[in-house]
Design a protein around this ligand. Structure first.
Ligand code: GDU
Length: 588
């Protein structure tokens, strides 16, 4: 107290709070009043932010941390008393009648949806310097992930509105959760590209705050090694999105304007919007309060497994079990092989791709109770087996997919499994780590993320009847991938399979070395035989049929070494670039 400067009442309150929660060490080194007073005030500003951004405030944070750290020290398993089993969910097959009708149901619902992108992560595993949503989704057009997401939401909005009789002014809201690491660059990307065609009022940025680091098992807060008047902080995880949505007031606003669904998604899955219409259709027709999207998962693949957990007391829940916990949980509950592939060649536990569809009413009711607080975990790295000291400070973390953990048993929690080729190709791993991925498991790299787009688009066109050549196998940055024709289209052209089918006729063919860019809503492809590169641009409603034999030298693929610093980082991480030798560009 002697060394505190004159404090404002709210600062006195915060100081008392810290002292009563065993944090006196934070003040121990403070010199007498008059020295560093500004820094001391900044300290209280930071404490104030940490206190207000956590549900229940700093006192709750410290108490939760003490409990979780004690459990961790005691080696307590969060899944104690639970046994895992394979859950049952909706399994969809691309292009069949059920899929097509679910897509139509989903498009109809889309005007009642709001989208939430969690994009506060730095992507440390990828090691890319910029923000991940600014990375090209594919380099044929060079459009970034964020542009593709926005164009997909706008295409859904347009298609959904068309189904309404009379006037429809719906603007689907789009929230982006950022963090201090990503906020400025995300705002800049939006502003410098006129929000990629979305009305700025549709976009809401919610910035998550970091949480205080913990220095020891007593949950004493860690000071920043470079600034003794600052508490060290680290990210709290994507689970923050629920508390931020709750405190933003957006949910009430959405509910009052007739929104029914909140769709959460992650920063770099270029295939995701292939899954959204049908998955939303599943939510609507099955009446799911929670619907998670999943894909068949290879055992030990670094995505969580959707699991049914049954407690000895009879409670059950269907929840994501994170990949590092699924194997030990299975081993501890009578499955000696742990997380292993079954006769299908995949783990029986579907892989969570962290695309959640929540029904807004039940979601808001739950948030009224929890204020968006999500079950947390702590992952300290101890110096030795006595578990008394940490190698470096730790913090509490939370994940958005743990939301269902607090729901009552009456909640309708389901999941929808779709093929990975259609729906899931994230960009998470750097070239070195990707090259080490066991053969047959997905790389989740910039290389595989881009190739997956061409593969999916080729397979979709094939299913629609077109003759699309087989891929060749090539190796980029040490990763063996299938190289399909480089086919891309704008979301307005091929939002759902029915649209694609109506626009592509079976008398069309595309050779393996070709690239085809479809950039116009009403372009049809009939009697086309393409062997080279073709870019078709048609303005808005202009109808244009692409036909005839088109042959040119096209764009060749050049290998790029990821260590070659003369190339841009976006190119290096994928290990190839296009040599644009010759192309035909049609503008209509
Ligand atoms: N994110 C935030 N704030 C954070 C941390 C992450 O917004 O504090 C965002 C990231 O930007 C990204 C998303 O959350 O959009 C997911 O982050 P990661 O890609 O680092 O997530 P992980 O690979 O660790 O795992 C998550 C789920 C897994 C599995 C996987 C699928 O936790 O269960 O579903 O995504 O891609």
């Amino acid at each position: 107290r002697r060394n505190l400067p004159l404090l404002a009442p709210h600062e006195v309150k915060l100081a008392k709070l810290l002292l009563s929660e065993g944090q006196s060490h934070l003040f121990e080194h403070w010199p007498e009043p008059g020295v560093d007073d500004d820094k001391k005030r900044n300290f209280f500003d930071q404490v104030c932010r940490l206190n207000s951004s956590y549900p229940g405030g700093l006192a709750s944070y410290i108490q939760n941390a003490r409990k979780l750290l004690a459990d961790s020290k005691a080696g307590k398993n969060p899944y104690d008393g639970f046994s895992p089993s394979v859950p049952s969910g909706e399994v969809l097959t691309f292009g069949d009648d059920n899929f097509v009708s679910l897509e139509e149901a989903g498009v109809k619902e889309a005007r009642h949806a709001a989208f939430v992108l969690v994009a506060g992560g730095l992507g440390e595993r990828l090691g890319y310097k910029g923000i991940k949503v600014a990375l090209p989704r594919e380099t044929t057009t060079g459009k970034c992930f964020l542009q593709h997401y926005i164009e997909s939401i706008l295409a859904l909005q347009e298609a959904s509105c068309k189904l309404v009789e009379g006037e429809c002014n719906t603007k689907i809201p789009f929230v982006i959760m950022t963090s201090d690491d990503t906020n400025a660059l995300t705002v800049k990307l939006l502003e410098s590209n006129s929000y990629f065609g979305m009305e700025p009022s549709q976009v809401h940025i919610l910035k998550q705050e970091k949480v205080a680091c913990l220095a020891d098992n007593d949950a004493r807060l860690a000071l920043d090694p470079n600034d003794k008047y600052k508490i060290q902080t680290k990210p709290h995880g994507h689970g923050d999105v629920h508390a931020l949505l709750y405190s933003s007031g957006l949910l009430e606003q959405w509910k009052s304007t007739g929104r029914k669904w909140v769709l959460f998604f992650q920063d770099t899955n270029g295939l995701l919007f292939n899954a959204i219409p049908s998955a939303l259709g599943v939510s609507a027709t099955k009446g799911y309060n929670v619907n998670s999207l999943a894909v068949p998962r290879k055992a030990k693949e670094a995505i969580g497994g959707i699991t049914k957990l049954t407690h000895v007391d009879g409670r059950t829940m269907v929840i994501n079990v994170e990949y590092n916990q699924l194997d030990p949980l299975l081993r501890a509950t009578g499955h000696p092989d742990g997380d292993a592939n079954c006769e299908t060649g995949y783990s029986p536990y579907p892989g969570n791709i962290n695309q959640l569809i929540l029904e807004i009413g039940p979601y808001m009711e739950e948030l009224q109770k929890t204020h968006g607080a999500i079950s947390e975990f702590v992952n300290p790295k101890y110096t030795d087996s006595t578990k008394t000291a940490f190698k470096s400070s730790t913090r509490l973390e939370c994940m958005m997919q743990d939301y269902p953990k607090t729901l009552p048993p009456s909640a309708k929690v389901g999941f929808t499994v779709m093929d990975a080729w259609l729906t899931y190709a994230p960009v998470k791993n750097n070239p070195e780590d990707s090259a080490k991925v066991p053969k047959g498991n997905p790389y989740h790299s910039a290389t595989s993320g881009e190739m997956a787009i061409y593969r999916a688009n080729s397979l979709i066109l094939r299913k629609a009847g077109a003759q699309i050549a087989d891929p060749v196998i090539d190796t980029f940055n040490g990763q063996e991938v299938e190289v399909w024709p480089r086919i891309t289209w704008i979301p307005r052209w091929g939002l759902i399979f029915k649209d694609v089918k109506a626009k592509v006729h079976s008398n069309s063919s595309v050779s393996q070395r070709s690239a085809l860019v479809i950039n116009g809503k009403n372009i049809t492809i009939q009697g086309l035989s393409l062997d080279g590169t073709l870019i078709v641009n048609a303005k808005d409603e202009a109808k244009f049929n692409v036909t005839g034999h088109i042959e040119n030298k096209g764009w060749t693929i050049q290998h790029v070494d990821h260590k070659d610093t003369s190339e841009k980082e976006e190119i290096r991480i994928r290990g190839f670039k296009f040599n644009k030798v010759e192309q035909l560009e049609l503008n209509y």
